[in-house]
Design a protein around this ligand. Sequence first.
Ligand SMILES: *[C@@H]1O[C@H](CO)[C@@H](O)[C@H](O)[C@H]1NC(C)=O
Ligand SMILES: *[C@@H]1O[C@H](CO)[C@@H](O)[C@H](O)[C@H]1NC(C)=O
Ligand SMILES: *[C@@H]1O[C@H](CO)[C@@H](O)[C@H](O)[C@H]1NC(C)=O
Ligand SMILES: *[C@@H]1O[C@H](CO)[C@@H](O)[C@H](O)[C@H]1NC(C)=O
Ligand SMILES: *[C@@H]1O[C@H](CO)[C@@H](O)[C@H](O)[C@H]1NC(C)=O
Length: 396
Amino acid sequence: VRPGCALLSLLSSLLLLLLLRLLWCPTDAPARSRLLVDESEEDPQGTSPALRILRSPAPPIPPTTNSTYLDEKSLQLTEKCKNLQSDLNSLFNRTKRQKEDDYLQIITDIQNCPWKRQAEEYENFRAKLTSCCDAIQNFVVSQNNTPIGTNMSYEVESKRTIPIGENIFHMLPASQPFVEYPYKQCAVVGNGGILNNSLCGAEIDKFDFVFRCNIPPTNGNVSKDVGSKTNLVTINPSIIMLKYQNLKKKAEFLQDIATYGDAFLLLPAFSYRANTGPSLKVYHTLRESKARQKVLFFHPKYLKQLGLFWRTKGVDAYRLSTGLMIASVAVEMCENVKLYGFWPFSKTVENTPVSHHYYDNQLPKLGFHKMPKEYSHFLHLHMKGIIKLQFGKCET
Ligand SMILES: *[C@@H]1O[C@H](CO)[C@@H](O)[C@H](O)[C@H]1NC(C)=O
Ligand SMILES: *[C@@H]1O[C@H](CO)[C@@H](O)[C@H](O)[C@H]1NC(C)=O
Ligand SMILES: *[C@@H]1O[C@H](CO)[C@@H](O)[C@H](O)[C@H]1NC(C)=O
Ligand SMILES: *[C@@H]1O[C@H](CO)[C@@H](O)[C@H](O)[C@H]1NC(C)=O
Ligand SMILES: *[C@@H]1O[C@H](CO)[C@@H](O)[C@H](O)[C@H]1NC(C)=O
């Protein structure tokens, strides 16, 4: 082989690559070149249009200009984004197990569609939640909704009751304690590993009310990603039993929760009988040590009704995840809700592995919550303009 010939073929392959790149990766080019490619492309496999949309990433959002041509194009984009809704529905309705990759493909497409708050949709959804569950009155146990002498039924072990005597009654707030309700801007921060290196901290700290789940770390090197503001944080009694050894590690517990300032600590004290002891113990421990945080208990009836509400929407998990409970509360308590750190997948849309939490990679009990199924409801609410999901890194 002559060296000149090899060089020539190398050069021509490079040229071809360059041409292909220009055609397929118009990163800086106007959106229309991509759309033209999409339109002129014949479908060799004869797949249905819906499937094609599912497989091809949605085009980037065209810049706003007044050209009629681009107006037409953004109309087509809107069509594409509308179709995503039915793509999600059909994935969601499939009886066989949904694949993680199917979800990630849809999420990639959703990310490329513009998000717009839909005030009317928000109000409709809020009204439905209020008529089923009424978080404002019923979300936490209060003296107002639980008079002395009540036999309170447990959420899950519902044949069991606990009498509310003086001792428990005096632990309760007089009425619902969220005095500044409704809050304008609320963030619900999940603990997903997707938050690691997200740099979302500054954005999260700007919200009027920040909800968090299961006393996660917020100080030190994670605060740049998850923020440090907390107004309400849930505590799973199992963390009291396991991590803090039923508060034998009291000093460690008090030190850890000190980072939440005067936030509300919310416990599902009346979901299982086994939850009651550790939850009341948290209350007493905080009182004795004159801690600033206030303890609240999830109302078992509220959680039960919320579970039934989501069941009618197809969430047939044994019990809702804390994230779905709190997001539902937030929709009733707030005017805008944004979710961070909700990511039940093992990798990003770019295929890099994601740890289970932003602070560890401990996996949950299998089959307890139906996370991806719940997640499709979050995607649905996002697409309807009701709540906004932050999928990846924040703009800084
Ligand atoms: C489009 O036109 C309207 C009215 O003609 C004008 O107010 C607006 O600034 C224009 N937008 C852009 C992006 O040029
Ligand atoms: C999926 O199911 C819902 C009701 O559960 C129905 O309204 C919707 O049309 C179904 N979507 C598809 C694509 O079958
Ligand atoms: C609660 O249960 C106790 C004992 O089972 C019963 O005596 C009491 O009347 C009940 N109270 C109410 C309000 O139902
Ligand atoms: C953050 O700090 C924790 C504990 O100090 C450490 O285990 C972890 O590796 C650190 N993470 C990063 C990204 O620096
Ligand atoms: C977060 O990212 C850092 C790299 O920036 C890595 O060292 C750390 O292990 C990650 N944490 C988790 C829990 O995956």
